[in-house]
Structure formats: structure tokens, C-alpha cells
Design a protein around this ligand. Structure first.
Ligand code: C2E
Ligand code: MG
Ligand code: MG
Ligand code: MG
Length: 282
């Protein structure tokens, strides 16, 4: 009986694996078409100057309006996109679209428009031979000034091959764009890359901001990271600021830029533009 049950179990297992495989293939082919079908969407989240509370930059975050499953956050499809190599197409689309949106905003409402837009690039982009051309094309075709574009990479990307990465990033910086280290402090960081790699912005990961209030050790750590960044002449952005208390603590540490739900959630560009224009009139 045990043997029969084992066999039945195995069949259930096999069927489920089969279903999962089909499901994955289905998701993959739909994701492949999503770009061409215009199902991807850019949300923008404000990056605020702490002292003035003014929006100085925005970060472009991808969403997928999947006709079958509804609006999907990046966590629901970026891993699959990275495994299948689709990510470089998604990132290319995001790059162009984010540059277009922000250029349009700067053109139509310069008084409320952000000075820069950040675009996230997954690791695989550094292996795209014409990455620099793609970035140059996005700038040239939209008219966005190079100094208005920031490319966000995570530490794990930088840990790959420092020499190759340094060369790629140097090429990009020659265009006039800036490089940000995203989720700073969460990778297997070696401070070596801050010496070898041309970096302009550090984004302190949300995990260092959560629980900041009431944790003196964590406050000292964040304060030290801010000092390190500022000493190196970098802009430092605190990510994931969710409360006024966190913001006040960061202000007391001379943190200049912050991003988080407390300051503004990611939302469609048109909505953010409309509200920002209304605010700047007041
Ligand atoms: P990230 O680049 O670190 O972006 C910040 C993430 O934190 C966003 O999640 C944002 O919505 C969320 N966030 C912002 N403020 C707060 C806060 O106060 N509290 C909390 N709990 N969360 C906050 P999202 O949009 O789900 O994106 C997740 C990640 O997906 C991004 O992390 C980025 O690594 C990746 N991603 C997003 N768009 C793209 C893209 O176009 N290309 C690539 N390659 N990756 C992307
Ligand atoms: Mg980011
Ligand atoms: Mg981040
Ligand atoms: Mg993060």
C-alpha cells in the first residue's frame, strides 16, 4: 500500500512539475510579447531634497500590465526576465521611456520638473556590447540632457569583474550620465570598488532605514555611511523612508536626499506631473 501511495504521490508531483513548467513557458512567452504589445509601464517615485522637501529627482520603476494577471510589480517578473535574458530588452525600453517622459516634463513644466531620472539596470546589461550606444541613443532621440540621467546598478553587479565593469562605466560617464550604487550595504560589498569604480551616487538600502528610530547602533552606521559618501564627494540617497521620525533623524545626520512612501509613492508619470504642477503653483 505504501508503494502504491508513493507512486500516486510521485504522479501528483510529476503532474505539478509539468504544470509549473507549462506555466513558466507561458509566462515567458507572454513576457516576451509584453514589450511589443505595450504592456509595460513606467511608474515614477520622487527623490526629495531633505532640507527643502522638494522633489529633485525621480526613479523609474517598471510595472507590467499583464492582461491575464493584472498589474505586476517588478518582483513578479524581473527574476524570470533575468533568467531568460529578456531583461536587457525590458531595461532598454524603460531607459527610452523614462528619458522621454522626463524630457517631456522638463519641456512642459520646467518649474516642477525633476533635475534627474534614475533608471535601474540589471547585471546582464553590462554584457550588452552596445550598452553605451543604447544609452547615447536614448539621450539623443529624446533630447534629455545627459546630466539628467542616472543609471542605478547594484553592488553585486560591481563585484563581477571590476576591471571590465570600470571600463564600461567609464564609457558611460564619458557621455555625461551618472552612476548610482543601488541598495548600498546589502551586497557582499568590498569598499574596493569605491576606489576603482567611477560612482556618483550611493543609495542606502531600505533595510538600514527601517528600524532607524530607537536603534542607536544603526543610526551610527547610517551616519558613517553618509559621511563616507560625502567625503568621497558623492550624493547619498536614503531609500525606504516611511515615517517623519526617520526623516528627522536623517536630517539631523545631514542626509541630503531621501526617497520613500512617506515622501511619495511610485505612480504613473502623468499623475505625478499633474500633482507636482499643482503644488508648484501654490
Ligand atoms: P529598487 O531599485 O531598490 O527600487 C525601490 C523599491 O522600493 C521599489 O519597489 C519601490 O516601490 C520600493 N519602495 C520605495 N519606497 C519605499 C518605502 O518607503 N517602503 C517600502 N517598503 N518600499 C519602498 P518596486 O517598484 O517593487 O521595485 C523593486 C525592485 O525591482 C527595484 O528595487 C529594482 O531593483 C527592480 N526594478 C524596478 N524597475 C526595474 C527596471 O526597469 N529594470 C530592472 N532591471 N530592475 C527594476
Ligand atoms: Mg533602484
Ligand atoms: Mg534601491
Ligand atoms: Mg532596494
Amino acid at each position: 500500500a505504501a508503494k502504491a501511495r508513493g507512486k500516486a504521490c510521485y504522479q501528483v508531483f510529476e503532474t505539478r512539475m509539468h504544470e509549473q513548467l507549462l506555466d513558466r513557458l507561458d509566462s515567458e512567452s507572454r513576457l516576451r510579447d509584453a514589450v511589443h504589445r505595450g504592456e509595460l509601464r513606467v511608474d515614477l517615485q520622487p527623490v526629495v531634497e531633505v532640507a527643502t522637501r522638494r522633489t529633485r529627482g525621480v526613479e523609474a520603476l517598471v510595472r507590467w500590465a499583464d492582461p491575464e494577471r493584472g498589474l505586476q510589480p517588478p518582483g513578479a517578473f524581473i527574476p524570470l526576465a533575468e533568467e531568460t535574458g529578456l531583461i536587457t530588452e525590458i531595461d532598454r525600453w524603460m531607459l527610452n521611456e523614462a528619458c522621454r517622459l522626463v524630457r517631456e516634463w522638463q519641456r512642459t513644466a520646467p518649474e516642477s520638473a525633476p533635475a534627474w531620472v534614475s533608471v535601474n539596470l540589471s547585471a546582464a546589461n553590462l554584457e550588452v556590447p552596445d550598452l553605451t550606444d543604447r544609452v547615447a541613443y536614448a539621450l539623443a532621440s529624446t533630447g534629455l540632457p545627459p546630466e539628467s540621467l542616472v543609471l542605478e546598478l547594484t553592488e553585486t553587479v560591481l563585484m563581477r569583474d571590476l576591471a571590465v565593469t570600470a571600463t564600461r562605466l567609464e564609457e558611460l560617464r564619458e557621455l555625461g550620465v551618472r552612476i548610482a550604487i543601488d541598495d548600498f550595504g546589502t551586497g557582499y560589498s568590498s569598499l574596493g570598488y569605491l576606489r576603482d569604480i567611477p560612482v556618483d551616487v550611493l543609495k542606502v538600502d531600505r533595510s538600514f532605514i527601517t528600524g532607524l528610530a530607537g536603534n542607536e547602533r544603526q543610526q551610527q552606521l547610517v551616519s558613517a555611511v553618509l559621511q563616507l559618501g560625502h567625503t568621497l564627494g558623492l550624493k547619498v540617497v536614503a531609500e525606504g523612508v516611511e515615517t517623519e521620525e526617520q526623516l528627522a533623524l536623517l536630517a539631523a545626520m545631514d542626509c541630503r536626499y531621501a526617497q520613500g512612501y512617506h515622501l511619495g509613492r511610485p505612480e504613473p508619470a502623468a499623475d505625478l506631473m499633474r500633482r507636482s504642477a499643482a503644488v508648484s503653483v501654490i
